[in-house]
Unconditional design. Structure first.
Length: 564
């Protein structure tokens, strides 16, 4: 049992927020700027709806004023949040077991005002149940309950054996085993972060590990230290929830040295919270989670403010021609918001979803609204290995962007235009995505619709042009088209008079090739009249025939389902 009534109100709010966040890792927290000092925790569900947890620090029966504050919180949510988002449920969360009268007040009286949003009361009993699943969280907020620190110190104090007592070939293995021991201890005691501790043979291998981890979701901090003998160790901390950095912050007391080549990026970091990469710094102290072990000294650091999910509606990028014709629409993912060090500037950044994921879109604005900059960045998508339909969408959107004269950032489904930009000249002719490539990707997508096995886009830089033409031809057949192509057709002499003319209708298996893999297509080859075009070598040899114009009609062979 948790002694809720003995805890400070701030501790109650943080503990409850932590319980919710550990069960809903994508939850984000919104703290009101005024009012009852409660907090909103919002969880976006897989179907896009919101579940809102209103956390209160009250541990006893509600006073009239407290009940009014709860009603005000509910009314604010209904007027401002539910007006723009699909809210499925609103939870009142507080460590007190309500009376039947209070339950009726919430679930009957208040529920009538915001129907169809479901209201629930998460009380003390439910919070105790949630907490029982996270003993390390209780250790974090209620020191002295268990030997948490002792477990950690035991792991950290355990030393590697003397290198002179271990064979050289085995030393790295022993060091790796020790790192895993430390990692497991850290994971047991830290409720907010998980750890990856790696031992490397040299600093170059450690830097490679840093680069590999740089883009991983949830990376909060990574530290590399050199060890005796030229080896190195990296400790990476990954946030278990979107609220980890707020509930258990990492603090660094440091002086950043800004050489001229980093000045522009530092100003962007200071004003808008963009990443500051690879700058020299003097670190005086580091504080926070138990896994931190960063002594004072000179470092090369990369810093980025912790992003939070922006409370924005779904938006999209519309790519238009100069005359307003819409060339492509790219849905944007959830926006991440970062703030500058002084809090006055903000950057919103999103990456396009689906097959057009090479697009990034960012907005920078000052809080007073005096400056506003929208930027769209892109890189040529790597199509190799993608599903054909997604690759076709990505390539088409990329080509359209290069040619487009206008771009609109707007609410999804052609809603309100939030920002528009114009360009006088195209950036590029989209050479790498000329019609042949787009036709090929569309054709691969057609093949995939007719096949049970998976098809992916091959490396276009090495795929032969002949193979691409085969795929395009096969897709046209599958789409019901008739192709007129020259073919070598040989018929048996016994069914052919070499000097005569006759129709021909032959079912023939053809192939298209994708990354060296042959895909069979059964075709029907027809001609109303064919003639011998090459004399047989002997009296029993087949005869080569062709239509007068040299082209056979080829369609997809569809066997008669009634035939036996």
């Amino acid at each position: 049992m948790i002694p809720w009534s003995e805890l400070d109100g701030d501790v109650i709010e943080r503990l409850v927020a932590s319980l919710i966040a550990l069960d809903h890792p994508r939850a984000n927290r919104i703290t009101p700027s005024r009012g009852d000092r409660g907090m909103d925790i919002r969880v976006r569900q897989d179907d896009g709806t919101l579940v809102i947890y209103q956390v209160k620090r009250y541990t006893g029966p509600l006073t009239t004023r407290q009940a009014q504050e709860i009603e005000k919180s509910l009314q604010t949510m209904h007027q401002h949040v539910a007006a723009e988002h699909d809210v499925a449920a609103w939870h009142l969360v507080m460590p007190w077991d309500p009376t039947p009268e209070r339950i009726a007040w919430l679930e009957d009286d208040l529920a009538k005002r915001i129907d169809p949003i479901e209201l629930r009361w998460d009380d003390k009993a439910r919070l105790d149940t949630w907490a029982s699943a996270h003993p390390n969280l209780l250790d974090y907020f209620l020191p002295g309950r268990s030997p948490r620190d002792e477990l950690l110190l035991e792991a950290l104090r355990s030393r590697l054996p003397d290198p002179s007592t271990v064979e050289g070939a085995d030393l790295l293995g022993v060091a790796t085993a020790h790192s895993l021991h430390v990692q497991r201890a850290l994971d047991r005691v830290d409720p907010f972060y998980r750890y990856e501790v790696q031992h490397h043979p040299d600093m170059a291998a450690a830097r490679a590990a840093e680069n590999a981890a740089a883009g991983r979701a949830g990376l909060a901090m990574m530290q590399t230290v050199g060890l005796a003998g030229g080896e190195a160790r990296t400790v990476a901390m990954y946030a278990k929830t979107a609220l980890s950095a707020e509930l258990s912050p990492i603090t660094i007391n440091t002086t950043i040295h800004v050489p001229d080549e980093h000045r522009a990026s530092f100003e962007s970091f200071h004003d808008y919270g963009t990443a500051l990469v690879g700058v020299p710094a003097t670190v005086e102290a580091v504080g926070g989670p138990p896994g931190l072990d960063a002594p004072a000294g000179e470092y090369t650091v990369t810093l980025s403010p912790w992003p939070e999910e922006a409370d924005l509606p779904d938006t999209e990028l519309a790519i238009l021609d100069t005359d307003g014709t819409e060339l492509a629409t790219i849905p944007l993912g959830r926006f991440q918001r970062t703030r500058g060090l002084d809090g006055r500037g903000v950057q919103l950044r999103a990456r396009a979803v689906g097959g057009s994921s090479m697009f990034t879109f960012s907005i920078r604005a000052s809080e007073d609204g005096r400056t506003f900059t929208a930027r769209m960045g892109l890189e040529a998508p790597s199509l190799t290995g993608m599903a054909p339909a997604a690759a076709a969408r990505a390539a088409r959107a990329f080509a359209a962007y290069l040619q487009a004269g206008r771009h609109q950032w707007r609410v999804a489904d052609a809603g309100r235009v939030l920002h528009e930009a114009k360009r006088e000249e195209p950036l590029d002719d989209g050479g790498q995505f000329r019609p042949l490539v787009l036709d090929y990707l569309d054709s691969l997508a057609t093949l995939q619709r007719h096949l049970s096995e998976r098809v992916v886009v091959p490396d276009l830089s090495t795929e032969p042009i002949e193979a691409a033409n085969e795929v395009i031809a096969a897709a046209r057949l599958l789409n019901g088209e008739t192709l007129h192509v020259p073919m070598d057709i040989w018929v048996e002499r016994t069914s052919w008079e070499a000097t005569g003319a006759a129709p021909v209708r032959i079912a023939q298996q053809m192939h298209c090739t994708v990354a060296g893999r042959k895909i069979p297509i059964m075709a029907l080859v027809e001609a109303e009249t064919v003639e011998a075009v090459e004399a047989p070598a002997g009296p029993s040899d087949p005869v080569k025939v062709a239509p007068p114009g040299g082209l056979f009609a080829v369609t997809l062979h569809r066997p008669d389902p009634t035939a036996r």
